[in-house]
Design a protein around this ligand. Structure first.
Ligand code: SF4
Length: 617
């Protein structure tokens, strides 16, 4: 794997290769990003210090087989102060690998705003001073105009990243977001406006003949899998009616798990009203992305997480309003999930009459006021300066018992699942090393449509089908999350979209193992593959413990104490303690969530790593 080590201050680049030993142990993508972060030992750094690094790390399969579209952007997180990373699709990784660049490590801070232009297999510096202060779409428009017809990928920050909003994102291409853990704020702190990647070469593949056949087979497998039908037709917003029916559609800051009326956010209605086209990442035949023309711009928008976070969660129930808010957060470069959760917290504080001298008075669904709040956050104006710190810190600053209504884990705002309706996600949010996260485990193997795979991979007896697939109960969820976290880590290390792996298991372990051999010449067993996932999770746990000194595998009190009536008429709360105990035991961790020495030895995780051993000139 070729790696570019960029010193932003000196405007210099050194090229080298990653040590094969570590590629076999951590693969690429998230595995390598986490290893490099660990090796840099920045556990106690201020995330905005020039000594923090920002790592752009493609997966070992990125840009090759269908669904291998992801790139990881890793750093010490300014939101959680622990390990941070965000996975993003689009065409960024594809173009980077066309340039024979697998990993870019950004060190120090530039003296003036810069773009990093990647072309002809090199990283070049371009002055971005005239672009500093511009929004994402305006910046991209000017770049496209300059490069004319040349195919390229962009990864840009907007004003939120420049102003170091702790949940600022990096927007890739027309609206894919590396949104989570504040990676955009770290990019802004380094004065990098973005990456522009131009590439005409070919992504390297070891055995091209075998690769063609493999790709054709995998593509057929994907497009004929009924589990993908809804995503192909309506994208991820197809989840809205399903979640509404099961009480898993977070609404009004999780005071409810459904809304009174979804008619104006229903996928059929949205598609009829807005003239949406399918689009997606490179390479992928599923094309779950939603493309549309909006404000004279081609944008990608309205995926499920954003639709809930800027919709029912804050009482907005009309897609035209949600689309506007979605456009705005992309244009400013904000994480839509975190933005929604911060606003929902402000609204609940208003509903309860809390902190009204500091927070703006804003009611559920008041779109014009929501726009004002988003503006205030992106530019850190007035109360926006507090909100830009994220919901955890903002609630600590404001006090007055408002922390109770701040929906986060480890400082990262909770995505659009209702933990009391789906206990698989309740545990997954709590244990994720990067903070609340539906994708750290994406524990979908406990859904009824995955039953055959669950029997195969987790050896669940037939007679336990009902209790295993009942996600409103705690049974088996520790095992589900344990397995899913390993599979998710492997997916992120290889650059695989988790819709192909965790969500549907369209790619079974044998497909992944074969792909790894054909594309990269790495021959490992299915067991070794999952062990790599386990190694990544454990290394990230060590990073977390060294950074914030405790596990903090908790959930907001609301999910533990406030009963939520589900559509089945059952009232539900989360018994986290019972699931955690079982999970720690499976992991070989102590009751405080700390990996035991024998676990680390079994996984061959070293006490310290040296960057000089990982990176070779
Ligand atoms: S399924 Fe959707 S998110 Fe996954 S690679 Fe395809 S277009 Fe991208």
């Amino acid at each position: 794997m070729r790696c570019a080590l960029v010193d932003l201050y000196k405007e210099s680049v050194e090229y080298g290769y990653l040590n094969e030993k570590y590629i076999r142990m951590y693969l690429g993508g998230r595995g390598i990003a986490s290893l490099i972060l660990y090796a840099f030992k920045g556990f106690n750094l201020d995330p905005f210090s020039p000594d923090n690094v920002l790592i752009i790390s493609t997966g070992l399969l990125t840009g090759t087989i269908p669904g291998a579209a992801r790139t990881i952007i890793g750093t010490k997180s300014p939101a959680t102060f622990g390990i941070g990373y965000s996975a993003v699709g689009g065409s960024l990784g594809f173009y980077l690998r066309k340039n024979l660049i697998d990993v870019i490590i950004l060190r120090n801070t530039a003296k003036k705003p810069v773009f990093l232009v990647i072309r002809n297999n090199e990283v070049l510096f371009e002055d971005a001073s005239d672009f500093w202060g511009l929004s994402v779409y305006e910046t991209r428009r000017r770049i496209i105009r300059f490069f004319k017809e040349v195919p390229l990928s962009t990864a840009l920050i907007g004003p939120a990243g420049e102003n170091k909003v702790r949940f600022a994102s990096i927007i890739v291409d027309e609206g894919r977001a590396a949104a989570r853990t504040g990676v955009g704020a770290v990019m802004g702190s380094k004065k990098v406006k973005g990456l522009i990647v131009v590439g005409t070469g070919e992504v390297p593949v070891l055995n091209r003949e075998e690769f063609r056949k493999l790709s054709a087979n995998l593509s057929k497998k994907a497009v004929t899998n009924p589990a993908f039908t809804l995503f192909k037709v309506h994208g991820t917003m197809s989840l809205i009616p399903i979640k509404q029916a099961s009480g898993d559609l977070p609404a009004y800051n999780h005071q409810r798990g459904d809304v009174d009326d979804i008619s104006r956010i229903d996928p059929e209605y949205v598609h009829k009203t807005l003239g949406i086209r399918s689009g997606g990442c490179v390479p992928c035949p599923i094309r779950c992305g939603r493309l549309l023309r909006y404000k004279s711009e081609n944008i990608e928008a309205l995926e499920y997480e954003t639709m809930d976070s800027l919709g029912p969660l804050i009482g907005v129930l009309d897609v035209q309003d949600i689309l506007y808010l979605n456009y705005l957060v992309n244009d400013y470069g904000l994480d839509s999930i975190s933005t929604g959760k911060v606003i929902a917290w402000v609204m609940e504080c208003h509903q309860r009459g809390l902190a009204q001298k500091i927070l703006p008075p804003i009611k559920w669904g008041e779109v014009e006021r929501i726009v004002e709040v988003i503006n205030a956050i992106a530019f850190r104006k007035d109360y926006g300066n507090i909100l830009a710190e994220g919901v955890k810190k903002a609630s600590e600053i404001v006090g007055e018992d408002t922390e109770k209504y701040a929906m986060h884990v480890k400082g990262l705002e909770i995505p659009a699942q209702e933990p009391r309706a789906v206990k698989n996600f309740a545990l997954g949010h709590a244990t994720s090393n990067r903070g609340a996260d539906h994708l750290y485990a994406l524990p979908c193997i406990s859904y009824p449509h995955m039953w055959e795979k669950a029997k195969k991979y987790l050896q669940i007896p037939e007679e336990h089908k009902n209790i295993f697939t009942d996600n409103t109960e705690e049974n088996y969820k520790a095992l589900v999350v344990y397995f899913s976290e390993h599979l998710a880590a492997v997916s992120d290390a290889l650059g695989l979209c988790k819709f192909y792996t965790n969500e549907t298991l369209t790619y079974e372990l044998e497909d992944i193992v074969t792909s790894l051999r054909v594309v990269a010449g790495i021959d490992i067993s299915e067991k070794e593959l999952l062990e790599i996932g386990e190694r990544i999770v454990n290394l990230e746990r060590l990073y977390l413990l060294k950074s914030i000194n405790k596990a903090e595998d908790v959930l907001p009190e609301r999910f533990i104490r406030e009963k939520l009536p589900l559509p089945t008429r059952k009232e539900s709360v989360v018994n986290l303690e019972v699931m955690l105990k079982e999970y720690y035991s499976l992991r070989g961790w102590s009751d405080d969530g700390v990996p035991r020495t024998e676990t680390l030895e079994r996984l061959k995780i070293e006490e310290e790593y040296s960057f000089d051993d990982i990176f070779r000139y």
